[in-house]
Every structure is written in structure tokens, then in C-alpha cells.
Design a protein around this ligand. Sequence first.
Ligand code: XMP
Ligand code: MG
Length: 178
Amino acid sequence: MHDEIKEILIPEEDIQVKTKELASEITEKFDGKFPLAIGVLKGAMPFMSDLLKRVDTHIEMDFMDVSSYEGGMRSTGEVKIIKDLNTKVKGRDLLIIEDIIDSGLTLSYLVDLFKYRGANSITIVTLLDKPSGRQSDVKADLVGFEVPDAFVVGYGLDYQEKYRNLPYIGVLKPEIYS
Ligand code: XMP
Ligand code: MG
């Protein structure tokens, strides 16, 4: 599996250090508030797990699965709910946890949806931000790392459902997807 990776962009240790920093900020921001943390499946799963186990205040967890990619590499702009929340968001302070913000279309859809459902506040934390891909004006409150305009995999991120279990963020060799 590792020999299909051209370059490691963010090593495992850097991710762990950053995750601790983000967790402290989240603890500070939500201390005593019992927010609802919403992981966006499947990509956010490893990040959500590493992040939330370091948050030192009460949080509720739920998951949402949305898709706009159909297994490819470019956003279609159309967001489909595959799995909705089990929890009511009305009046709640939300913490949306994402793997990457690329076009921003997924997140702007979710933000609109949760506002419509009556969330009290919405905070966005993303492990990765790829500003070059942006097609909406959505912004994360907390960002782990900025990444260049390359398709990245690992630590939750996939190409055709592979590589999510890599412990680092890397770039695939071009021959893998051409
Ligand atoms: P948007 O474009 O809506 O993207 O901000 C959100 C979702 O698209 C996936 N995505 C990627 N997945 N490498 C991946 O493996 C990438 O470079 C990449 N860019 C976007 C991802 O699931 C993200 O949540
Ligand atoms: Mg995702």
C-alpha cells in the first residue's frame, strides 16, 4: 500500500501534535456547554476519534454521511444525504468535524441545513483545508493544515475507498489514478 504513495505531505506525528492543539481550543470554547459533535463520514472518522478523545469537557457525538463525489476526484456540486443524524440539532451548539474542505460545497450544504433546523451555533473544525478548490464562501473556525492543489489520501481520505487506513496524509503516484 505504501509504495503507491508518491509523497508524504503530513506525517503521523504532525497530525497527532496538531490534533492535541485543536482539542485544547475546542475544550476552551465549549467548556460547560455540552455541544453536539457531528462527524462527516467516512473521511472524518480517524480525525474525529483522535481529536475528541483529547477534548476535556462533555460532548455528545453523532454522524452524518453525505456524498457528492461518487467515488471520483471532483465535486459534482450535488450533495446527497446517505445517513442523517439521530439527534435533534434545534437549540444545540454544533461542532462539525470534517476531513477536508475542498470546494466547500458539502460544508455549505450542511451549514444551511443545520441553520434551517435551528442550531444555536455552528463551529467547523477541519483537519485539512484546500483553499485553491473553493467554490463557496464557507470558512472553518479551526483548521489543522492547509494543503496544496493535489488529491490527497490517508487518515480517512480515500481514492475509490482505499487508503483511509494510512496513518499519514499523502499524495498518490499518478499512475494509480490515470
Ligand atoms: P468539498 O469539495 O465539498 O469536499 O469541500 C468535501 C469532501 O470531498 C472529499 N475530498 C477529498 N477526498 N482527497 C480525498 O480523498 C481529496 O483531495 C479530497 N478533496 C475533497 C472529502 O470526502 C471531503 O469531505
Ligand atoms: Mg468527507
